[in-house]
Design a protein around this ligand. Structure first.
Ligand SMILES: NC(=O)c1ccc[n+]([C@@H]2O[C@H](COP(=O)([O-])OP(=O)(O)OC[C@H]3O[C@@H](n4cnc5c(N)ncnc54)[C@H](OP(=O)(O)O)[C@@H]3O)[C@@H](O)[C@H]2O)c1
Length: 294
């Protein structure tokens, strides 16, 4: 399998590249793509015709498309920019995959759901509350309409270390808040299911190796909030919560957030994929690596 990965230097893409390298007995040839010129990467700005052409001129039989704008406030503020990368580029890539008879695996989000009636199954009707979710849903529709051999994997809030700690706000941002000398607020209202990028990468190769098609959900198992995540990290990293101020309600943001967009993942579990480690066990296993990177 010759796989092209978009967003290959991102929070998730870095773990997909890492998982591909470690897999046996299946051997993968990997082309890593990102937007900026970088050694070892195919640089292709997917918002431009030239960038799309560079992907079309590469040799691959499988495309994993992770590149996206994923900040909901940025997407609401610049809908044109969000549409160009999250929807338009996905449509172009789905056409290209279909033309060459390739498989396309598209990474989507729990934010396609409104968050009012969880857990959500793969066949529940999406109805996003912000433009990020809307633009990713347009991407999903393009993939399903254009590319016969396609797979969509929806995932929630990610954390990971492989792409560099700074890319993982859940880790870097929370640990920075815990080290702050000034009071820092953390909301305890929106329901989160933090999901480890290494587990998502394994789920991606599981689906590719089973030649799966259609929509799948994958999620961490712990029902929590930003405040409770902060308390877990404080305990594991031996930090004080003295400067952390609990907010009962989430502060107003540019874009609305779904309250609880929990993704039910029975479909992938029923195929034999294992449940991910609980959040605090995973954090303990990453503790040394994170402390060295700080
Ligand atoms: N992070 C989360 O919590 C989360 C939650 C649910 C779903 N997701 C989904 O997971 C996927 C991966 O997210 P992530 O967190 O890994 O994102 P990320 O860390 O922000 O990485 C984004 C990647 O997209 C690339 N990219 C940005 N603009 C581009 C452009 N114009 N042309 C080509 N590439 C471009 C970036 O390359 P450069 O650095 O070179 O610009 C980078 O590799 C996304 O589809 C996102 O919607 C993420």
């Amino acid at each position: 399998m010759k796989i092209l990965i978009t967003g290959a230097n991102g929070l998730l893409g870095s773990d997909i590249v890492h998982s591909a390298a470690g897999r046996q007995p299946q051997a993968y040839e990997i082309i890593k793509a990102c937007s900026k010129p970088s050694a070892g990467f195919l640089s292709a700005d997917l918002t431009t015709e030239t960038g799309i052409r560079k992907i079309s001129e590469s040799e691959w039989d499988t495309l994993i498309h992770t590149a996206a704008w994923r900040n909901p406030d940025q997407c609401d503020k610049d809908k044109g920019g969000a549409h160009r990368l999250n929807a338009w580029s996905t449509e172009q890539l789905a056409s290209e995959a279909a033309n060459r008879g390739a498989k396309m695996l598209y990474i989507s989000t729990d934010y396609v759901f409104p968050g009012t009636n969880p857990p959500y199954k793969e066949n529940n009707n999406p109805s996003p509350v912000n433009y990020y979710g809307e633009s990713k849903l347009l991407g999903e529709k393009a993939v399903l309409n254009l590319c016969a051999d396609s797979c969509i994997l929806r995932i929630p809030l990610l954390y990971g270390t492989r792409g560099g700690l700074a890319k993982s706000d859940l880790l870097a941002g929370t640990l920075k808040a815990l080290s702050s000398e000034k009071p820092r607020t953390m909301e305890d209202s929106i329901v989160r299911y933090p999901t480890y990028t290494g587990d998502v990468a394994e789920a991606i190769f599981f689906l590719l190796e089973k030649n799966a098609s259609g929509i799948f959900h994958f999620s961490g198992q712990d029902k929590t909030s930003r405040y409770r995540i902060t308390a877990t990290l404080a305990k594991i990293f031996g930090k004080s919560m003295k400067n952390i101020v609990r907010l009962e309600e989430a502060p107003k943001t540019e874009a609305l957030r779904p309250h609880d967009s929990h993704l039910g993942m029975e479909k992938i579990l029923s195929m034999g994929f294992p449940l991910p480690l609980p959040f605090d066990d995973r954090m303990r296993s990453l503790k040394d690596e994170i402390e060295q990177a700080l």
